[in-house]
Design a protein around this ligand. Structure first.
Ligand SMILES: [Zn+2]
Length: 416
């Protein structure tokens, strides 16, 4: 099956297989009046101006539209039960999170809801979110466990990700995050919970091939540096690649730990020290920044993306989609906060959500660019240029989405 997309007002390619660091993030090639030839799952060719089209080729006219690689979301907590809208008024009144937790709310209520759902019920809920992602231009998404917090329910969530593979066009990249919180039943025996992860859960999920990455919430009051090191090292010994939630609230040294362990990425990073940033740069650890979470937590503070870029780090951006601190599936929403909160330009933002995001999940050889040989994951925005769809905020600009060479969203509707 061949498809040609032609008359593209702005074709944003982002070719290459390496992360774009610092000032390279704004060196974005844009082809005016461009075209793309897709054959089967892959991009075959691209160019400017007229294109020869053979018979039996589907033609998509992208007049006045902008085309980019499929958006990649490298940090989500997609698999969870329930929602927490009832906590909104408490948050607005300034009730501390710790008091919400004491009332049975917060992360522990999501753990309860996730455990209570069968795999089939959870699958139905997750697929709805995946549809929303696709409609908003996301074609690949990293997805963490971490609301089961026992052997059975963590395995249930990761098996669910595997089952969704043939079931939904969106690609999910699975991460084990048992170290998201200490579950209630281990509150007074946290060491036992760490032993459960190290002795039972990590070996099992690694042997079953249920996760590619391991992640850990390394933060004051959650998991200490020493605990995080043990948990992540265990995953590493079983062949899992490392991600870290670090330096979100306190500059505890999560980024330095990420560098020490040769992590692929470190995430959040609102409180990261200069020393931490330099350590990441030296060891090639990617910062994954989550500006919509800063907004939603009403922090009036964002990770210092500009300083990281001055230090020649590559930035990736993600939703952090989760029911507590960032309930949105939309990377276009994240574009708004990256632009107006972190002062990143549209070129820097699209780089951070395509080729750099692909690097943050180890998929840069197959996705993240519009280039011959890469998978045909493509978004057509109903906007005349890249600047426009970030400037004109708060609405969904996606017109069509192509995933693995198949049209899955057409004229704003799911067609897979
Ligand atoms: Zn997170």
């Amino acid at each position: 099956m061949s498809i040609v997309i032609k008359n593209i007002n702005e074709l944003v390619t982002l070719s290459g297989n390496a992360p774009r660091c610092g000032s390279e993030m704004s060196e974005v090639e844009i082809i005016e009046n461009g075209w793309i030839l897709i054959e089967d799952d892959y991009i075959k060719d691209l160019g400017q101006g007229d294109v020869k089209v053979s018979d039996n080729t589907k033609i998509i006219d992208a007049k006045d539209k902008t085309v980019t690689p499929g958006l990649i979301d490298p940090h989500t907590h997609l698999i969870h039960g329930g929602s927490r809208e009832h906590e909104l008024e408490m948050k607005l009144m300034g009730v501390p999170y710790i008091d919400i937790l004491k009332k049975g709310g917060g992360i522990l209520s999501t753990v309860k809801a996730t455990r209570a759902m069968s795999k089939e019920e959870l699958k139905k809920k997750v697929k709805k979110s995946m549809d929303k992602m696709l409609l908003h231009g996301t074609t690949t998404c990293e997805s963490k466990s971490g609301y089961g917090l026992n052997f059975e329910d963590e395995v249930k969530c990761l098996e669910l990700i595997r089952e969704l593979k043939g079931d939904h066009p969106l690609t999910l990249v699975p991460t084990y995050m048992g170290a998201h919180a200490v579950p209630l039943e281990y509150r007074d025996t946290r060491e036992k919970y760490i032993e459960l992860m190290i002795d039972k859960v990590i070996p099992y999920i690694a042997q079953q091939g249920l996760a590619e990455f391991i992640d850990c919430f390394c933060e004051e009051g959650v998991f200490s540096i020493e605990e995080s090191r043990r948990i992540l090292n265990c995953g590493k010994n079983y062949g899992l690649k490392i991600k870290i939630h670090g330096d979100e609230i306190e500059p505890m040294g999560g980024t330095e730990l990420a560098a020490e362990l040769n992590a692929v990425s470190a995430e959040h990073l609102l409180a990261t020290s200069e020393k931490g940033m330099i350590a990441m740069q030296r060891k090639g650890v990617m910062p994954v920044l989550l500006p919509a979470t800063s907004f939603y937590l009403m922090l009036n503070k964002y990770a210092d993306a500009k300083r990281m870029m001055e230090l020649n780090l590559p930035i990736a951006l993600a939703t952090d989609y989760n029911p507590g601190t960032c309930p949105t599936e939309s990377l276009q929403t994240v574009m708004t906060f990256a632009c107006f909160g972190m002062k990143l330009t549209p070129k820097e933002i699209i780089t951070a959500m395509t080729i750099n995001a692909a690097c943050a999940i180890g998929k840069q050889d197959t996705i993240g660019s519009i280039a011959p040989g890469k998978k045909a994951d493509i978004v057509i925005f109903d906007a005349p240029n890249l600047n426009y769809f970030i400037y004109h905020f708060g609405i969904n600009h996606v017109d069509s989405v192509i995933k693995n060479g198949r049209v899955v969203v057409d004229n704003k509707k799911l067609v897979y």
